[in-house]
Design a protein around this ligand. Structure first.
Ligand code: NAG
Ligand code: NAG
Ligand code: NAG
Length: 467
């Protein structure tokens, strides 16, 4: 089964990264995973990558697609451990590259990545009217739910700063160009790296089980990075926004009120979760795959202590990690950006590997345009569950949302999806414009797209097409 997929996936990645005609918008989603694994797994010494010629990239692509795919299989073969499309790479071009800062103060509290290395962040200073404003973005990349999967992760950039790229581009909501990021371009912008495997919410009491050496210290990492940023000027912020994508979107929800509590009372503080609204829904066989998966993450990493107390006194802690429960108790103004047909959720929650032994869903999982009418009906049901889970936020005066009917995942940290002439729009507004309207109280923003396939501004990911 895996072997059969190999040529297909390798072709997809290759053509997405290198086909000039068709690459356009979503190139980054694919190349992301590619470059992440490329950097992390293949050649940690590779520092001069900006200077590579096209030919070198092509050669590297062929070679490392193999590694990538082996990795994809590894992650995909069980539960939703996959980090696909939520990591952090764009193609090298004329991007401004921001260096990694290792958090030396983490030693004092033992706030280590899974392997015991120091965590890190990337920081670009604000200027002009943005000098006292701060935007923190938390990187995503799935979770690890067992000693085995955490052991694998600790040998990647998602579990160890040893493998993190020292320079990354800042795009979309992280960009310092006003054309790409009209409202936040001159703010202090920080990208927190994700290296604990539990959305920055693990606790050390639960580590060193069965003689393994894994540091489960996400909560300490969050606290140590916050402490450093507060000392760099965050403590005097006038306006601030905590955000993140995928597992980083979940981390945003988990830490939102704590972020607020650290900032001045008169500051404007809000939170934005991108593709982090994971649903507590059964898969197509009726199994609770995602719920079981989160149960294991929460148990393994002792996450309950980072969740709302109101919730864990009422129900099983692993229920309280689901965004629909978190938003019941969150007090800080919140905006949700999520596609209604989030391909990560479709591939891991609705139709996880193993739920479709006959392969009936094989093509539909990879491309919404290949779904038959019964499958589309299923997807519409998934969309309805998302809207239902968001109903509290719909009635919240300070809340906002942008739920577009596209088959994508993270959308805020790429110029192509955040704010450009051909980005996805609802009511003719880009995600950047919608988030800006909400943040600055310019307009109530609760944008919900009509159901698939009505929105012509959507670009749908197609993992079956070699362009
Ligand atoms: C530790 O090992 C025991 C026995 O082999 C097993 O039952 C248990 O699940 C393991 N704990 C973890 C966290 O893997
Ligand atoms: C999923 O559900 C099916 C049918 O209800 C059952 O046979 C199967 O064992 C379940 N699989 C898992 C992994 O729980
Ligand atoms: C959509 O917005 C753009 C500016 O962002 C504007 O030029 C265009 O006229 C608008 N189209 C419609 C149909 O309102």
């Amino acid at each position: 089964m895996g072997l059969l997929c190999f040529p297909l996936v390798s072709l997809v990645i290759h053509s997405f990264c290198y086909n000039k005609d068709k690459q356009t918008k979503y190139l980054t989603l694919h190349c992301n995973l590619f470059f992440w694994s490329f950097e992390a797994m293949a050649n940690p010494r590779l520092r001069g990558w900006r200077k590579w010629a096209k030919k070198d990239w092509a050669i590297a692509a062929v070679g490392f697609t193999i590694i990538l795919f082996a990795l994809t299989l590894l992650f995909d073969s069980r539960n939703p451990t996959s980090s696909s499309s939520s990591s952090t790479f764009n193609l090298p071009s004329n991007h401004h590259l921001i260096p990694l800062t290792l958090l030396h103060r983490a030693k004092a509290t033992g706030a280590f990545c899974l392997d015991g290395s120091l965590p890190g962040y990337h920081f670009q200073k604000g200027f002009g009217s943005g000098s006292n404003n701060w935007l923190l973005h938390i990187e995503g990349g799935g979770w690890c739910n067992s000693i085995e999967t955490c052991e694998i992760r600790k040998r990647t950039a998602l579990g160890s700063s040893k493998y993190m790229d020292p320079l990354i581009p800042f795009d979309g909501i992280l960009s310092h160009q006003s054309s790409q990021n009209p409202d936040f371009y001159n703010w202090n912008i920080v990208k927190m790296r994700y290296c604990d495997g539990a959305s920055l919410a693990g606790h050390p009491e639960s580590e060193f089980k069965n003689g393994t050496k894994l540091f489960l210290r996400g909560q300490l990492i969050w606290e140590a990075i916050m402490s450093e940023l507060l000392s760099l000027g965050l403590s005097k912020a006038k306006q601030a926004l905590l955000t993140g994508c995928s597992a980083g979107g979940l981390a945003t929800l988990i830490h939102c009120d704590d972020f607020r509590a650290h900032l001045p009372k008169d500051a404007t503080v809000k939170c934005l979760a991108d593709a982090g609204f994971f649903l507590d829904e059964p898969d197509i066989l009726g199994n609770r795959t995602m719920s079981n998966f989160y149960h294991d993450v929460v148990q393994l990493q002792g996450v309950a202590k980072s969740l709302h107390k109101e919730c864990i006194t009422e129900m099983e802690p692993s229920k309280c990690i689901f965004p629909q429960q978190i938003i019941e108790n969150i007090r800080t103004p919140l905006f949700i950006v999520n596609p209604a047909y989030d391909f990560w959720q479709i591939q891991h929650i609705l139709v996880p590997a193993g739920s479709d032994p006959d392969g009936y869903w094989r093509r539909c999982r990879l491309s919404i345009q290949k779904c038959d009418s019964t499958q589309i009906e299923n997807l519409q049901g998934f969309r309805s569950s998302l809207l239902k889970a968001l109903s509290k936020l719909q009635h919240d005066k300070e809340g906002g949302m942008f739920i577009n009917s596209c088959f994508v995942h993270c959308q805020t940290w790429m110029a192509e999806t955040w704010h450009s002439s051909n980005s996805p729009r609802i009511n003719n507004k880009t995600i950047a414009e919608s988030v800006g309207d909400w943040y600055f109280n310019r307009k109530v923003t609760k944008e919900i797209d009509c159901p698939y396939p009505c929105n012509p501004t959507c670009y749908h990911m197609d993992f079956t097409q070699p362009s």
